[in-house]
Write a protein that binds this ligand. Structure first.
Ligand code: COA
Length: 376
């Protein structure tokens, strides 16, 4: 190691590369994609437009957006060879494990899999983004003993996702809520899974490999897996009355409460503001505000007792629950959105590539003599 290099726990406050894709101000609670505030995007944008923004650096015009929408709808197809791979997995396989395996398995079927020329890489990014939603829906259908539902090319990415999962056209408000959730989750600077994707890409590994690395990283409950963990907590609490005592007991026992705290935000995560709103309105529309009210109680105690704010995963749990999404699909749904950012980051990495290879601060013994095996 270099004499002066000192390890920084969790690489906090270390900038490992320049990036022009998204930025966070953790103190003021600001997130922007390509300089556009997430609040404006949550209010006005949709997933396809956000994909274009992340990839192209600017909002698309009307015809460019329509062309992207048609291309992504055309790319809604899975190679027939993939389904037997999904079917071969035990039904108990966690959908994130199945998704990670499936995305890796899509590589050999993809005509552009090893593509590095810029055009092919962009085409492949769009295709893989379109396919990710199909894979998630297929995993859920197959494990429940049903055939996957054919995608509807007339629907937006978000509406089609709900349609393929639930087998019926979503209401306008459900489709809008899903679209906003996909916009909010699409990118988040150098989070752990994006970093994993960029590390893999920096070795000139292929896109499917980089996205597989990202999926493996997203699964953990300290990262994307937190939304599922939040729902498990709400399910364990069960009733609104139990929320306060539950959280006080958990904090007294020094347990971590999933969906709170953030490595970068020291104030409210701006995405949580919108997910709280969606969780409330979806609950009211469905006549089931139990999960939302329970979440609110939890949030106020954790804020008062620990000064911790809800993060993106906290209210997405109750919102997805009301949308009828199975709890163990919450993290795969996160991936359906985040692949927009992952692929943009892989392209940015490759456009000015330098192998990511940090150093360790060695703290082990040195000058240790080798002892022959019969003398140990
Ligand atoms: N519940 C209870 N306490 C928490 C907490 C949580 N969710 N998040 C942080 N803390 C506490 C820690 O116990 C620690 O307390 P201590 O100083 O008394 O030991 C302090 O806050 C700092 O925690 P730390 O884990 O070092 O903060 P971090 O900034 O490195 O971690 C996370 C950020 C996201 C890993 C952390 O907040 C966490 O584990 N949250 C839950 C998982 C989650 O929701 N992840 C999704 C993130 S979008």
């Amino acid at each position: 190691m270099t004499e002066t290099a000192k390890a920084v726990g969790g690489l906090r406050n270390v900038a490992v590369a320049e990036s022009g894709i998204s930025s966070i101000d953790g103190v003021r609670g600001i997130l922007a994609y390509r300089g556009i505030d997430i609040h404006a995007l949550a209010e006005h944008s949709g997933f396809e437009e956000t994909f274009a923004l992340l990839h192209d650096g600017k909002l698309p015009g009307r015809s460019a957006l329509a062309a992207l929408g048609s291309e992504m709808a055309r790319e809604r197809a899975l190679p027939p060879g993939l389904l037997p791979i999904l079917e071969a997995m035990p039904r108990s396989t966690h959908p994130m494990t199945a998704l990670r395996t499936a995305i890796s398995a899509l590589g050999p079927f993809d005509p552009d899999a090893d593509a590095t020329p810029a055009e092919a890489l962009l085409r492949n990014s769009r295709r893989l983004t379109a396919q990710m939603a199909l894979v998630v829906a297929a995993i859920d259908r197959l494990r429940n003993g049903h055939r996957p539902i054919a995608p509807d090319p007339t629907l937006s990415h978000a509406a089609n996702l709900l349609y393929m999962l639930r087998g019926r056209q979503p209401t306008a408000s459900a489709a809008l809520a899903m679209d906003v959730a996909l916009v909010l989750h699409a990118d988040h600077e150098f989070n752990a899974s994006t970093f994993a994707a960029r590390v893999a890409a920096s070795t000139l590994a292929d896109l499917h490999g980089a996205i597989t690395a990202a999926l493996a990283t997203l699964k953990g409950p300290l990262h994307g897996g937190a939304n599922e963990a939040v729902m498990r907590t709400l399910e364990a609490i069960g009733t609104i009355e139990r929320a306060e005592p539950y959280v006080r007991e958990a904090l007294a026992a020094k347990k971590k409460l999933m969906g709170f705290g953030h490595a970068v935000y020291k104030t409210e995560d701006p995405r949580a503001t919108h997910l709280r709103r969606l969780s409330r309105s979806l609950g009211e529309e469905a006549g089931d505000t139990r999960w939302f009210v329970m979440s609110e109680r939890l949030e106020s105690v954790v804020k008062a007792e620990k000064g911790l704010y809800a993060n993106v995963d906290f209210y997405s749990a109750s919102a997805y629950r009301v949308l009828g999404i199975p709890t163990d699909l919450f993290t795969p749904i996160f991936a359906v959105s985040r692949i927009a950012g992952w692929t943009a980051h892989v392209r940015e990495q490759l456009a000015a590539n330098k192998l990511i290879r940090p150093e360790a601060e060695y703290v082990g013994p040195s000058h240790v003599p080798y002892v022959p095996i019969d003398k140990r």
